[in-house]
Design a protein around this ligand. Structure first.
Ligand code: SAM
Length: 494
């Protein structure tokens, strides 16, 4: 039996007798054989006789094993100094047995150390450059990792160690990633399999700023078949593999590969995407493009310098949480009632009211639940995964509802409003943009989830107001609200 098959077999035996609840406490789940081999294959191995490697959160040692096997193909390397951090006492014995087995099987000299301390807490002094820190901490040539996925509270001790990358309640996985970059030698490389959530959003901004300034992303692997990663362990969080070099200098391109699953890497697609297209903007978002077509989408949208707020517009979340205001809801119109718009009122680009659904009116004096009856673009907040579009919107024209001074919106829709009242042309122009294939693809690249988040929309590039108005005029003339019609209009502006 090959080295890796042996490790997989004993890991499966471990999984079989160790309850999931016990493993969950440590954010423990295991890398598949194919993924481990693929990850180990990504390194550019330095041509030295001795190499130092780190596996933080080593579990049963699958990644370490795959790495040793990969290093065997390099005849110059004579000695591998491997450090594995692992703090779950239940798995330590298995890890030790496996590393011993790898040592015995390997044709190179393998010196391994298991550190049973907490990977983050034990490096507090070094990471923060404290007085009593080890002046010569070990730095590694390579790090291979599958970090624990676990939310921790903002008061957790790990947060106090890594204040510089934390905002709010963080997740252990990106603290591990930042620590691993810290542990690398200059020009050293790390390959990590991690959730994709850090690539956008405000919560991870501080992490991105540090990680992407001190490190250069050289390779991103994406699983494009849905929910396939860690299938056995049913971890639904979408995962990616990254290779990052510790270097301030960024490459011209990032290599991007994709496969359908984590069980078969033979049919992978490969292409190059410009670094500055994939990682861009003040917030250093990482755009996870899966094809050259998507690179083109990014380049087109990113040529615009404005955002909704910079041109006096803003997307907001609907004002009324209906189930918290039950007493104010009405099924039919009555004196003092005003329309309450739900996503069901957004139909084929228009806002259709009444729609005959329950609770579509509200009677309230609470200012926070009401908004002026002016023009808006309504955008659904939630769509189903199988639906064709993430961005689904409807034009709301106030003068169709002259009876009402105020209206309300349920919090499951978003709306775009302006500092001043939006003209019909502006609302229709926004519709052209939000209903186009280009913008929907852009949003999908930005955000893996099905929820349309106003913070993200407000950070997306938009064309200047004059173009939005012209596009609106064109749409009003054609009277065709379809996606094809919007694409057609937008095409003459990008
Ligand atoms: C997602 S598992 C990955 C295991 C293994 N590397 C693999 O790829 O199959 C993460 C591992 O990190 C360990 N771990 C969690 N928190 C840790 C910490 N603070 N310090 C060291 N290890 C930790 C867990 O016990 C678990 O074995």
């Amino acid at each position: 039996m090959s080295m890796i098959d042996h490790i997989i077999q004993v890991t499966n035996e471990y999984i079989a007798h160790m309850p999931k609840s016990m493993r969950k406490k440590y954010g423990q789940f295991f890398t598949s054989k194919e993924t481990a081999v693929f990850m180990a294959g990504l390194f550019e191995i330095p041509n030295t006789a001795e190499i130092s490697a780190l596996d933080p959160g080593a579990g049963s040692g699958i990644l370490s094993e795959a790495l040793v096997e990969r290093l065997q193909t390099n005849k110059i390397i004579k000695t591998i100094n491997l450090v594995c951090y692992e703090n779950d006492p239940n798995i330590l014995e298995l890890l030790k047995e496996n590393l011993e087995w790898v040592k015995q099987q390997s044709c190179q000299e393998v010196n391994y150390t298991i550190v049973t301390e907490n990977y983050i807490l034990s490096q507090m002094a070094e990471y923060n450059g404290m007085l009593f820190a080890n002046p010569n901490p070990v730095n590694y040539d390579i790090v291979i990792g599958n970090p624990p996925y676990m939310k921790i509270s903002k008061d957790a001790p790990e947060v106090s160690v890594m204040q510089d990358v934390c905002y709010g309640a963080p997740n252990l996985y990106f603290l591990f990633a930042a620590m691993s970059l810290f542990n690398l030698k200059d020009q050293g490389e790390m390959v990590y399999i991690i959730p994709r959530s850090w690539t956008s959003g405000a919560y991870f901004k501080q992490f991105r700023q540090k990680f992407l300034t001190e490190g250069a992303v050289e390779h991103i692997h994406l699983f494009v078949g849905r929910d396939k990663v860690f299938e056995k362990e049913s971890v639904l969080q979408e995962t990616i593999i990254i290779k990052v070099k510790k270097s301030q200098k960024k490459p011209e391109n990032i290599t991007i590969t994709t496969t359908q699953s984590n069980a078969d890497f033979s049919e992978k697609t490969t292409f190059l995407a410009p670094y500055s297209t994939v990682i861009s903007g003040d917030d250093l978002y990482v755009y996870l493009v899966t094809s050259p077509g998507e690179v083109d989408t990014l380049a087109k949208v990113n040529q615009w310098d404005n955002t909704l707020p910079s041109i006096g517009l803003r997307m907001k979340t609907g004002l009324t949480v209906d189930f918290r205001n039950r007493e104010a809801l009405r099924d039919a119109d009555e004196e003092k009632a005003v329309p309450l718009f739900f996503s069901q009122h957004i139909q084929n680009g228009k806002v259709v009211f009444p729609a005959g659904r329950e609770h579509e009116y509200i009677v309230t004096d609470q200012k926070g639940l009401l908004q002026n009856n002016t023009n808006y673009l309504f955008v659904k907040r939630f769509t189903a995964k199988e639906e064709h579009r993430r961005l689904q919107c409807g034009v709301y024209i106030a003068r169709k509802y002259p009876r009402y001074q105020m209206i309300s919106t349920q919090n499951k829709i978003n709306f775009i409003c302006g500092m001043r009242e939006l003209s019909d042309c502006i609302v229709y122009g926004l519709y052209v943009l939000f209903n186009s294939t280009l913008y929907d693809s852009y949003y999908r690249i930005l955000n893996g989830s099905t929820q349309v988040n106003s913070t993200e929309i407000n950070a997306m590039p938009v064309p200047p107001m004059s173009i939005i108005e012209s596009m609106g005029k064109a749409l009003i003339q054609t009277r065709d609200m379809s996606e094809a019609s919007c694409d057609n209009i937008l095409r003459s502006y990008v």
